[in-house]
Write a protein that binds this ligand. Structure first.
Ligand code: ATP
Length: 366
């Protein structure tokens, strides 16, 4: 497989001197769905806009389809962009909204008609071709915006928070549509969002950014199971990971939590934590891997503790227990049907699933 889009040491320094993106490196394969995710201001839109050609690249190389395109105009880059405010032409029908960019490029009218009809079929827009945007639902308008990109038949689709103007329910169904669209087109997508649920559900690979720096590039599963650093651990997953402060004992057998509780390390953890004997570390646990049922408690005798319960959210299939372990907040997601009435609940970590992070570098210890 050949890479469709390559960013090599790409930097962005705005004219006012602000360094918005640092040394961005990625090779995107054909057909990938890359999601750039991160909090507001992390540089994800700037990166997308550099790929689109809407923002100049300060240094580094951008290669699309084997060609260095740093200095190529946006319209000649083989990309099409879908924005969050999809800005359809209000006075034009759905058909003409989709045809417009081809018309101004003077594409043969027969070809234009064929491409618009094909896009309309893919997007289920055939019944609406004669309507104006105001006669459409939000989801249908978003599909027209995608249609305008599809007719251009680009190598790469660039999408900047395309679902952020839709209500929660519609976002859910549009997510599904986008996934299906990506499959049908078999094209390369680069998608920007601050929503980690969108990142986890849509991406073949996620790029998490913070303060202009790439934090990790990985599949959703890798990112969820093996976050590289504390930032990614706190960003990906709902609820976010629980962080517990403590030290590794001198023999490297236990994590001694600041509350005084001791948790028995697995053999593998004892090995990788050798250099941390007597040192402070952060233990991170996913809410999903905290258990309160008897079977797991008897299996995990070395990692038990009490949660001082603040409150419990009943969410149908599971409960979210919000509480404290010592002075630290903790959230447990438990599927047990055991009714939670007590203010103190006995629980355990599945130590196989917890991670340890270096306090200074914030990196996962491995
Ligand atoms: P959001 O989710 O809020 O859109 P983002 O991650 O997409 O955030 P960018 O739009 O890429 O963030 O902006 C990255 C940083 O660059 C921000 O701190 C922003 O203030 C800054 N920035 C953006 N445009 C300019 C500009 N023209 N001049 C100077 N700084 C800018």
């Amino acid at each position: 497989m050949s890479a469709d889009v390559i960013l090599k040491d790409v930097n962005k320094v705005y004219p006012n001197g602000f360094h918005a993106v640092y040394d961005f490196n990625i090779e995107i394969e054909k057909g990938e769905f890359i999601v750039l995710a991160g909090p507001s201001g992390c540089g994800k839109s700037t990166t997308l806009r550099m790929i689109a050609g809407l923002e100049e690249i300060s240094s580094g190389d951008l290669i699309i389809n084997g060609k260095r395109v740093n200095d190529v105009a946006p319209k000649d880059r083989d990309i099409a962009m879908v924005f969050q405010n999809y800005a359809l032409y209000a006075h034009m029908t759905v058909y003409h909204n989709m045809a417009f960019s081809l018309t101004i490029r003077k594409v043969d009218p027969v070809e234009i008609h064929a491409r618009v009809m094909k896009a309309a079929e893919i997007l289920g827009l055939v019944p609406y071709l004669n309507r104006k945007p105001k006669q459409l639902s939000g989801g249908q308008r978003q599909r027209v915006a995608c249609g305008r990109a599809i007719v251009r038949d680009p190598v790469v689709f660039l999408l900047d928070e395309p679902l952020s103007n839709l209500d929660a329910k519609l976002r859910g169904s549009m997510r599904k549509e986008l996934m299906q669209l990506h499959e049908r087109l078999n094209a390369t997508f680069v998608y920007v969002t601050h929503d980690q649920i969108e990142a986890l559900t849509l991406a073949t690979r996620i790029v998490v950014m913070k303060d202009g720096y790439v934090q990790q590039i990985a599949t959703p599963k890798e990112m969820f199971d093996k976050p590289e650093n504390l930032f990614v651990a706190g960003f990906i997953g709902t609820p976010p990971m629980n962080f517990s402060n403590g030290v590794i004992d001198a023999q490297c057998e236990y994590f001694e939590h600041i509350s005084g509780l001791k948790f028995k390390l697995t053999e593998h953890q004892s090995e990788i934590l050798q250099n941390y004997a007597g040192k402070q570390v952060i233990m991170a646990s996913r809410s999903e891997y905290i258990f309160i049922d008897d079977a797991m408690l008897s299996k995990n005798k070395g990692s038990q503790f009490d949660i001082d319960v603040d409150y419990v959210e009943f969410l149908g299939a599971y409960n979210l227990i919000y509480g404290n372990i010592g002075d630290e907040k903790i959230i447990a997601k438990v599927y047990s049907r055991k009714e939670i009435v007590d203010k103190k609940i006995h629980a355990c970590f599945d130590m196989e699933k917890v991670h340890f992070f270096d306090i200074e570098t914030t990196m996962r210890i491995r």
